[in-house]
Ligand binder design. Structure first.
Ligand SMILES: Cc1cc2nc3c(=O)[nH]c(=O)nc-3n(C[C@H](O)[C@H](O)[C@H](O)COP(=O)(O)OP(=O)(O)OC[C@H]3O[C@@H](n4cnc5c(N)ncnc54)[C@H](O)[C@@H]3O)c2cc1C
Length: 521
């Protein structure tokens, strides 16, 4: 039986990335993916005839250009572009705010809501850019020879320390309040602090959840997000092409049931159906809980590691509604006539901090909020191949919905009721929305768990909270991708620097695995 140099559990974009780096270094690599499609949560599928939708992730920004270049992704067909505008926010009183990648172009927009906030906007952007520079440096390094404190120590000057307190340690509420006066502006800027992590705007550390995005970059546009041409799945397809080009192998519909361990060393994997695959190292793209408590098993782990994993914060809180549209809805609050220039980068419904706070508190009480925040994306507007001529794709994303409902489990009925609340929320701004919907798919945390095999449906494989970040991700003592079993590495979003379509955990894990590989030769 062939023994691979490396076997990767899971063909999500991070597993594929790690495999690409290992194959480029000359190792024999096999990726095993349980689904029939590659990409995990970075996937585009024909959900409805003729409509190709980003089933989970829908916008890109955290993928650093270094990785695009190192792997030659463009040569493999990958292309992405900045969203311009970044988004249009709509408010209940009929006002709107268009935010462009270009700060100078955004300022007059902000001035329509508050002159004072327009004056503060460039400072907020400049401070954010400064934080983004520091984050990017640490995101690109596995936490091997540095610790959380080294990252904190980067913020040296009094001004930088203020940024550390505001952007890293503080609350989203205080962060936006330090710069702005308008409730509308604060509401819009706070939504990013909510993404994928179960913290509210007033939870200490929630500002980090927003600050994480500051490391985003599309070409020269720092802190900006965009779309992958052909949908998010095109990135996963490009990674797979690079991997195959370098001799790597991929098997789909191959579910790993256990990681084989001999004398405390990972030696391969056991598949559903009984087959075993031998390897000199195993990398897991699955989440930390599934990897260690599921595939490795408690018997092989120190009780402290088991305890840390049990208290790892990984309850999912995100929802997604994927829609096929016969036409674009029309928005109140966006100028009449051709509205497409305002819709090209997406629409944000997050009208105030108190609105966000109410939604969060409902979820804390175990209820799906009646009025959640909603981020709308019509990628077919700038990528027409995703829908039949004249038709459109629309994805709705937001948080917070509880994984555990107070009134019992999620059912088809209460999920449908929640979806109606999401559509009602949007219809308050786009009254004809329901008239143009042709088909829909609704995902709440248990659906995300089932479809992507992510423990409790956490979109980042674990909350992005300070106690689970940098050298502490996923758990104390195991922040440098090396797991408690020798020759086992974590390469997915549950490792440094965390979730998003960034390929960073995959790249960082491969750096560590290759260093160990070279040392063992
Ligand atoms: C609804 C939603 C919206 C999101 N929106 C965005 C966004 O707009 N922008 C953004 O940047 N990020 C977004 N994210 C987050 C982002 O998609 C994820 O952080 C990222 O895709 C995770 O990549 P990964 O490779 O680490 O893990 P995954 O994508 O989870 O991949 C893991 C892979 O491992 C496979 N697997 C698991 N267990 C096994 C097993 N036992 N055997 C074999 N295979 C296994 C899975 O099937 C999967 O393919 C979103 C996520 C979700 C769910």
């Amino acid at each position: 039986m062939k023994t691979y140099d490396a076997v990767v559990v899971g063909g999500g974009h991070n597993g594929l990335t790690a495999a690409c780096y290992l194959a480029k270094a000359g190792l024999s690599v096999l990726v095993l993916e349980r689904r029939e499609v590659l990409g995990g949560a970075c996937v585009t599928e024909e959900l409805f005839p003729g409509f190709r939708l980003n089933v989970a992730s829908y916008t890109i920004g955290m993928l650093q250009p270094e990785i695009v270049d190192e792997l030659g992704l463009r040569q493999a067909g990958f292309d992405y572009y900045v969203r311009d505008p970044q988004y249009t926010a709509v408010f209940p009183d009929g006002r709107s705010l268009v935010v462009y990648p270009d700060v100078a172009r955004t300022i007059p927009e902000v001035a329509k809501l508050s002159r004072r906030d327009a004056a503060a906007w460039p400072r907020f952007e400049a401070d954010g850019a400064r934080v983004g520079v520091i984050l990017r440096k640490y995101f690109l390094m596995p936490a091997e020879r540095w610790r959380w404190g080294d990252f904190a120590a980067e913020f040296k000057s009094p001004d930088d320390q203020r940024l550390f307190a505001r952007f890293i340690l503080g609350t989203t509420r205080d962060l936006v309040g330090a710069y702005f006066e308008s409730d509308a502006i604060k509401g819009v800027l706070a939504f990013g602090g909510a993404v994928g992590t179960f913290v509210g705007p007033s939870t200490p550390g929630s500002a980090y959840s927003k600050a994480h995005h500051l490391a985003a970059r599309i070409g020269d546009h720092l802190g900006c997000f965009g779309y992958v041409r052909g949908g998010m799945g095109a990135l996963s397809q490009a990674l797979a092409a690079v991997l195959r080009g370098d001799g790597g192998e991929i098997r789909t519909e191959a579910t790993v049931e256990r990681i084989l361990i001999q004398d405390g060393v990972a030696t391969g994997v056991g598949l559903a159906g009984g087959q075993e695959v031998r390897a000199r190292m195993v990398l897991s793209n699955a989440d930390p809980t599934h990897t260690l408590l599921g595939l490795v098993g408690e018997d092989h782990l120190d009780p402290q590691v088991v305890a840390d994993l049990r208290s790892y914060r990984t309850d999912g809180c995100s929802y997604k509604v994927n829609l096929a549209l016969d036409a674009l809805p029309r928005f109140r609050g966006i100028p009449d006539g051709d509205q497409t220039p305002y819709l090209r980068g997406g629409v944000v419904i997050s009208p105030s901090l108190d609105y966000l706070e109410r939604a969060y508190q409902e979820a804390v009480a175990g209820r799906a909020p009646r009025r959640p925040y909603v981020i709308l994306h019509f990628q077919s507007l700038t990528d027409p191949g995703l829908a039949p001529p004249g038709k459109h794709t629309l994805t709705l994303y937001g948080d917070w919905v509880p994984y555990h409902r107070a009134d019992g489990p999620w059912t088809e009925a209460n999920k449908a009721a929640f979806a109606e609340d999401v559509l009602d929320t949007v219809a308050e701004y786009a009254p004809n929305l329901r008239d143009v919907i042709r088909d829909r798919m609704v995902l709440v945390p248990p659906d995300i768990e089932q479809r992507f095999n992510i423990t409790r449906g956490n979109i980042f494989h674990g909350d992005l909270v300070l106690s689970q970040l940098f050298s502490l991700r996923p758990i104390p003592g195991f922040g440098a991708h090396r797991m408690p079993i020798r020759n086992l590495y974590l390469c997915g979003s549950g490792s440094h620097p965390g979730g998003y379509v960034s390929a960073l955990p995959g790249r960082n894990a491969s750096t560590i695995a290759l260093a160990d590989w070279k040392e063992s030769r």
